[in-house]
Structures are given as structure tokens and as C-alpha cells.
Design a protein around this ligand. Structure first.
Ligand SMILES: N[C@@H](CCC[C@H](N)C(=O)O)C(=O)O
Length: 317
């Protein structure tokens, strides 16, 4: 574990619907964020603890080719996201909101208008939004998550499944639908909430054919639809997730988008464009936007700040 800057690292802890992250401000890209350092910071016993680590880097310090920043000079800040096992992921939906809250805390965004930020999946745009009635009182952010894709790169499929998924605790393998929202997901619908509870996600679900770069897996139970005050339809699903590079987490923003998109696809014509996704850590809202985009909205909370003694972090593992 080599760190150029200092023997201590100032970090902040935050979460979005209890998908939790260790955040660091390394705008000059001085910290060598090795997989070992990420694993140490994310360690829930010998480190700070989190599902992932997120680093703020000024766009001009991001190596060329990492994101589409060259096309978007307004994206001054790059979200360098790592999973708890030290692996790099293209995108993190809950992470983007927490990253925006962290930029506000650092005085790098004033919370007004639209914040463009760089990610490995391209530029994402964030804005503060009103909290939907009855869903807590944390500050909410909405993120345009860009374009999404079903198998074959399209936004419509003839068959509702392209994979078979075996989940511990469930007797028979289920059909799953791959959804790409910047990172890979496979979504499978379960019969009822008892099955959702019975699923054992301490082990990674086995997906066939094996996705070449691994995948996140979402188990969903559709909960029906209701009418919003403006007369439009809102769908609701309950979800559990096993994240690539992490394990079961209490929420996954990209996973919520994938879950809503899969259920909407299975529901066919006339299905709602707005979905509430209930996860163990809370509720997020997914909206299918025009031009093939999808939006994720939900809370972001910063809960603590700490100075990490890097020598102790190494010694403790
Ligand atoms: N929790 C995230 C997704 C993080 C990345 C994922 N584990 C992967 O490897 O693709 C979210 O909120 O989207």
C-alpha cells in the first residue's frame, strides 16, 4: 500500500439508502488508491467500513481515456468509484448522489442548477429535487443516468430473459434479464416476498451464461401500480441485490434502475414510466426519460469524518 501524500488520510463516510461509502478528497490525484488501500478503508472491522470507496479527482488530473470528460468541459470533478474488494466499477448510482452531497460539503458545488460530473461510464448530471411525500426527510438528488440497454443493445426485447440464475435458498434456477445501465446487471422476478426473504445472498448467485466481466444480480418482486395525484401511474417493486465486488448490499442505485427497467419491460405496453423501488435501506425513485435515458432519485447523507492512520490500517489487516 503506497501513499504519496501523508501518513494520515482524511475521509468522510456517507450513504445513499444505506449503500455506504468512504469518500476522499484527492483532487490533485496524489493518493495511490491501490486495491489494498481500498480494501483496508472498506473493511468493517479493521478499517472505516463501506460497500465502496469514492475519490474526488479534478477532471484535469484524470488519465485520458478514463471517461468522456474531454467532450464535457463543464464536468470539473471525476467520481473515481471502487468496490469494497478493490475492483474498479464503471458506475455507482447511489454513489453519484453521495458524491454530489460531498462536493457540496467541500464547497465545490453550491447545490443549485445542474452538476455535471465525470464517471467511467461517461458524464452524469445531478440536481437537487424535492423529497416525495412520505419518504423521509433527507435531501434528495436526481441523476440522469444516461442511456440503458437490454440484450443486443436495444431497449426492447422479444424474450423477457437471456440468462439462467441459480440463487442459494431457492429450489429452482430462474430466468433473468440482462440490463446495462453503465454497469452490468441481471434481474430476476421472484414469485412473492417469502421467496425474496428465503434467498441466501451470502453467496453470489450463479449466472449462466457466465457474464465476461461479472455482474450485479437483482431479485425483485413487483408490488403493483398506483395512481399519483396527477393521475399518472407509478409502479412499485421490492428488491434485494448481490453486488459484484461487494456481496449483498442494502441498496444499489444502478440495480434499482435495472430492476425498474426489467419489470417495465415484462409488463409491456402501458406500463408506468415512474417506479418506486423499495430496498432494505430505503426507497429510491426511477423514471424512464425520453431519448432512452433513465433517472435515479434518492437521498444522500454524510454521517462522519475521520483521519485514518494508514500505518495502523496496514497493521490491522
Ligand atoms: N452500489 C452501486 C453500484 C456499485 C458498482 C457495482 N458493485 C459494480 O461492480 O458494478 C450503485 O448504487 O449503483
Amino acid at each position: 500500500m503506497t501513499v504519496v501524500a501523508a501518513p494520515t488520510l482524511h475521509v468522510t463516510k456517507g450513504h445513499g439508502t444505506q449503500n455506504d461509502f468512504v469518500l476522499l478528497d484527492d483532487r490533485d490525484a496524489l493518493v495511490e488508491l491501490s486495491p489494498a488501500l481500498v480494501r483496508g478503508l472498506a473493511d468493517r472491522r479493521a478499517g472505516v467500513g463501506g460497500d465502496g470507496v469514492i475519490r474526488v479527482v479534478a477532471s484535469e488530473n484524470v488519465p485520458e481515456g478514463v471517461s468522456a470528460l474531454a467532450d464535457e468541459p463543464a464536468a470539473r470533478w471525476f467520481m473515481d468509484y471502487r468496490n469494497a474488494d478493490g475492483s474498479v466499477a464503471e458506475m455507482c448510482g447511489n454513489g453519484v448522489r453521495v458524491f454530489a452531497a460531498y462536493l457540496e460539503r467541500l464547497g465545490l458545488w453550491d447545490g443549485t442548477g445542474e452538476l455535471a460530473l465525470g464517471t467511467r461510464a461517461g458524464v452524469r448530471r445531478v440536481r437537487r429535487v424535492a423529497v416525495p411525500a412520505g419518504i423521509g426527510d433527507d435531501v434528495w438528488y436526481a441523476v440522469d443516468m444516461g442511456t440503458w440497454h437490454l440484450p443486443g443493445g436495444s431497449q426492447a426485447v422479444r424474450d423477457g430473459a437471456d440468462a439462467e440464475v441459480a440463487v442459494a435458498g431457492l429450489e429452482v434456477a430462474r430466468a433473468g434479464l440482462s440490463v446495462d445501465v453503465g454497469n452490468p446487471h441481471v434481474v430476476l422476478a421472484l414469485g412473492d416476498e417469502d421467496e425474496l426473504t428465503a434467498a441466501d445472498l451470502t453467496r453470489a448467485p450463479e449466472v449462466t451464461p457466465v457474464p465476461p466481466n461479472g455482474t450485479n444480480v437483482e431479485l425483485v418482486v413487483p408490488l403493483g401500480e398506483h395512481e399519483a395525484p396527477d393521475g399518472s401511474l407509478v409502479g412499485r417493486v421490492r428488491m434485494r441485490v448481490h453486488e459484484r465486488g461487494v456481496g449483498e448490499t442494502r441498496s444499489c442505485g444502478t440495480g434499482a434502475c435495472a430492476a425498474a427497467l426489467a419489470v417495465r419491460t415484462w409488463a409491456g405496453a402501458g406500463a408506468p414510466d415512474v417506479w418506486l423501488v423499495d430496498v432494505p435501506g430505503g426507497t429510491v425513485r426511477v423514471t424512464v426519460l425520453p431519448e432512452g435515458h433513465v433517472e435515479l432519485a434518492g437521498p444522500a447523507v454524510l454521517v462522519a469524518a475521520a483521519d485514518v492512520d494508514l500505518a495502523a490500517l496496514v497493521a490491522g489487516r
